[in-house]
Design a protein around this ligand. Sequence first.
Ligand SMILES: Nc1nc(=O)c2c([nH]1)NC[C@@H]1CN(c3ccc(C(=O)N[C@@H](CCC(=O)O)C(=O)O)cc3)C=[N+]21
Length: 295
Amino acid sequence: MTAGILDGKATAASIKAELRERVAALGAAGVVPGLGTVLVGDDPASHSYVSGKHRDCEEVGITSIRRDLPASISQEELEQEIEALNEDPACTGYIVQLPLPDHIDTHRILEKIDPAKDADGLHPTNLGRLVLNVGEPMTSPLPCTPHGIVELLLRHDIDLKGKHVLVIGRGVTVGRPIGLLLTRKSINSTVTLAHTGTRDLEALLATADVVVAAAGQPHMVTAGQIKEGAVLLDVGVSRVEDPATGRKRLTGDIDPAAAERASWLSPNPGGVGPMTRAMLLVNVVEAAERAAGIR
Ligand SMILES: Nc1nc(=O)c2c([nH]1)NC[C@@H]1CN(c3ccc(C(=O)N[C@@H](CCC(=O)O)C(=O)O)cc3)C=[N+]21
């Protein structure tokens, strides 16, 4: 068996094409969605991610509002920037790029974001609404990576009902929230959350129908460990030195050789990353639609 590729780039491109039409409909109603980004400091990876988000916006007709701030900014000054975006009618959704510098209290910053403008879906109010199952379909933004993973599976007609999904990693952006999506009645998977305290990961891997690897451990999931025909989603990413060239390379949590025994593989890069970016745009467009009374 050789796995079919869950091509996140291609799927994100169709989502962006759909969003272009919804943005045009908003425009006809006099509403222009605007994504704000708050970037603190000069980490090159963060700069490159934020630039990617603004390129995505341009593709679908979303206005960009970019606040690049010095690493020396104080907590109070950063909170004022957040308040300004909450007040700015041109900004219909925004994100604060993580990580923030050590002297900043990240939780206090994230809690200051107006939940109605939370484009990441990571505000405590919106995560709380997800736990409480408020509205189905949701009337609040979903966390982008979990939402992108579910959308990638559904758009490839992968049946998740009653399937055993093994999630590896309990991070706040992926591992913790994704089970909340997969166990909703409309999806009906059974979810196991594994982490560094899990005793027999091998036994879980041997029986899982779907594996979401979000641990940040290069190639920790190998071909011999998985159930024949499993669906694999490679989410974690590390920068690992390539012994041949000596250069750092992006490496996922799943050994690509596992594709030989899987039915589907979402590769890394080219899988969940582009879907995460597409779902950020979905959150911005839906927030603008709700603000305009269209949804
Ligand atoms: N407030 C906040 N929200 C985030 O969503 C957020 C964040 N902070 N901080 C950093 C992480 C990381 N993240 C990525 C998104 C897409 C790709 C992506 O599209 N990656 C490409 C490869 C890009 C490359 O080659 O460098 C791919 O997987 O194909 C990667 C990483 C969002 N994050």
